[in-house]
Design a protein around this ligand. Structure first.
Ligand SMILES: Cc1cc2nc3c(=O)[nH]c(=O)nc-3n(C[C@H](O)[C@H](O)[C@H](O)COP(=O)(O)OP(=O)(O)OC[C@H]3O[C@@H](n4cnc5c(N)ncnc54)[C@H](O)[C@@H]3O)c2cc1C
Length: 579
């Protein structure tokens, strides 16, 4: 009998999961069944036409990728030139330090998946791929201890483990009901229209930039100048077109620079074995201040002593205020221009912007211990540190910055700072009314509105596999408050996510579903299910606040594969165990 593992979704997460599973040596025969609702493996949402057009590019370069059978450079050297031609790339002009078109990257990922499948055949691993097949449910079978994968072909299949790799979700509210209202910029083809009026965008980070690039290319053209800047000219029929970007406090995301260690090698990241000792030392939780000191402040001592001396005694709150001061005092586009120059120099000289790179590493380091933090620290992480981190680690590629600056210089792109009291209401005829204050005194109607705030965190209710919810195998995610008084203060200030526990103390409900350190789902008494793993970022962001991207796919899949193969053989009966 073989061990049967289902991968639900066949995007980048499934690619890395497949790689790790097939690399493990085990005496057991292995069968991997991949379900993909579209017809391309590896590319997933961002790197296929579900999420990209020709103008969209990755924010990582070939040399920053986790290991795959071929590097991008090797692939470019071997692939049919006709695949590269439409993207203006060939073996001679390809530079693995540069970002690439996302659609081309999707073909690379697809080819890597194909190579892995071919290789695994030699190890007698059976791989079955179901294209154009959507998994609609996963059902635990008490009598066999296996999971029934239910799909829209109505051909149920029993497996020992299932890894949920379903990826991005872009729920619709008014899109399709209100003309000119878009709940997300995806798929981007829908935005490729001629506009002759201002278009409102909510959000200013990578998702917004995707929308801007599509709108800009559909309504005008960029001229590449000799000094590497661009000039933008509107097409005649789009004379009235402009983009009004609404960003929280007027911030724009920071620019991609040279990374000294793009693979985020764990230097002093907290390891699983350290967790019990640390929790004991700190009264049952891993403090955010400890992680900040160990993974940010201390590394700066050697790498950027000047900054270290300035911030070494600062709290997280003080540090964030300090770092935001510059951004607050400068116009968003002036700062973008300045950061673009800094990033160009960093890439040309292959020298990192140390504090930004260290902040990126901190953000990554924070994810794993986040589920061992107190609710108080999670609130601080979300409210204080994450706004800075998410701006800095956006890594906006240079060509996107040049386009943004050219659009701004042409008077086509403007930025309106908004705060949490702003609100967007669909207009009954078309588009939306942007309310800039709570009272609705200051408002503007736009015929077209695009919500581009990025991937929203999903809740238990949104989880697509109903039987896992009905059987109590998955549950919402919670963190415990260290101090009852702080929880009560939160309740009094209107935080509806704080709940009183039946036994002791208070909990904070965080987005998504509960998981343990091995990405196994947790039920509502904290017991993990040994056979259901989840890598779908929108559902695990509550306990893993900054996990996304290809590095995450690589790290998580390694942990999951280790857990699957470290377990007793698949034929053993499964019992829920406390995590
Ligand atoms: C616009 C955008 C750009 C990004 N760019 C980068 C980047 O440049 N670099 C980077 O490191 N990260 C980037 N990211 C982060 C991104 O999260 C990952 O790179 C990657 O897409 C995650 O892969 P995934 O497989 O988890 O999800 P997805 O890419 O969403 O893939 C999920 C797959 O599962 C399939 N699926 C879903 N539900 C079902 C079902 N029920 N049954 C069967 N199949 C199903 C989907 O069709 C899809 O193929 C980007 C994210 C976005 C949104």
């Amino acid at each position: 009998m073989s061990r049967k593992i289902a991968l639900i979704g066949g995007g980048p997460a499934a690619l890395f999961m497949y790689k790790k599973l097939t690399e493990f040596t085990s005496d057991e025969a292995l069968e991997i069944i991949i379900y993909e609702k579209n017809n391309q493996l590896g590319a997933g949402m961002p790197y296929s036409n579900c999420g990209a057009m020709r103008e969209h590019i990755t924010n990582v370069s070939g040399n920053e990728l986790p290991s795959l059978p071929q590097t991008m450079k090797e692939w470019v050297a071997h692939v049919e030139p006709t695949i590269l031609e439409p993207f203006g790339i060939n073996e001679r002009n390809f530079n693995e330090c540069k970002v690439v078109p996302r659609l081309l990257f999707g073909i690379y990922l697809q080819n890597q998946f194909e190579l892995l499948i071919k290789k695994s055949k030699l190890s007698n691993i059976i791989t079955t791929i179901w294209y154009s097949t959507t998994v609609s449910d996963i059902v635990y079978e008490q009598n066999t201890g296996m999971y029934k994968i239910v799909d829209d072909r109505q051909k149920d299949f029993l497996v020992d483990e299932a890894v949920i790799c379903t990826g991005h979700v872009w729920p619709k509210t008014f899109e399709g009901k209100v003309d000119g209202w878009f709940d997300s910029p995806y798929p981007p083809q829908k935005l490729k229209q001629i506009y002759n009026a201002p278009v409102a965008i909510k959000g200013a980070s990578l998702t917004a930039i995707d929308a801007i690039r599509t709108l800009a290319h559909a309504n005008g053209h960029f001229i590449h100048n000799n000094d590497s800047s661009y000039t933008y000219n509107l097409n005649d029929e789009s004379n009235g077109f402009s983009i009004v970007l609404h960003s929280l406090y007027g911030y724009l995301p920071a620019v991609r620079f040279h990374l000294e260690d793009p693979h985020l090698t764990p230097k002093n990241f907290i390891e699983e074995e350290e967790v019990p000792d640390l929790k004991e030392k700190f009264g049952g939780y891993i403090p955010i201040d400890y992680i900040f000191k160990t993974n940010f402040v201390e590394p700066l001592k050697i790498q950027d002593n000047a900054l270290y001396n300035v911030i070494k005694h600062m709290s997280i709150e003080k540090f964030v205020t300090h770092m935001f001061t510059d951004r607050e005092n400068m116009d968003g586009f002036d700062l973008l221009r300045q950061e673009c120059k800094e990033a160009e120099d960093s890439i040309a000289n292959r020298s990192s912007v140390i504090w930004k790179e260290t902040l990126g590493a901190l953000s990554y380091a924070m994810n794993y211990p986040a589920k061992h933090m107190s609710a108080e620290d999670m609130l601080r992480l979300k409210k204080v540190l994450m706004p800075l981190v998410s701006l800095i680690i956006a890594y906006v590629p240079q060509s996107s910055c040049r386009e943004l600056l050219a659009l701004h210089d042409a008077g086509v792109l403007t930025l309106i700072p908004v705060d949490e009291s702003s609100n967007v209401i669909p207009n009954e005829n078309a588009g939306a009314v942007y309310h800039y204050d709570k009272e609705g005194n200051k408002k503007v109607h736009f015929k077209t509105f695009i919500n581009a705030i990025g991937q929203a965190a999903m809740q238990l209710n949104d989880f697509p596999f109903q039987s896992l919810k009905d059987d109590g195998i998955v549950s919402a995610a919670y963190l415990h408050f260290k101090d009852d008084k702080k929880a009560e203060e939160e309740i009094n200030s209107g935080n509806e996510l704080v709940v009183k526990a039946a036994t002791e103390g208070y909990y904070l409900k965080v987005p998504g579903i509960g998981i343990n350190d091995h990405f196994q789902v947790l039920n509502n008494v904290g017991a993990f299910d040994p056979g259901i793993f989840i890598m779908a970022v929108p559902f695990i962001g509550g306990l893993n606040p900054d996990y996304s991207g290809l590095d995450f796919c690589d790290t998580a899949s390694e942990k999951i594969a280790e857990t699957i193969f470290r377990k007793t053989p698949a034929t053993n009966k499964k019992v829920l165990q406390l995590s």
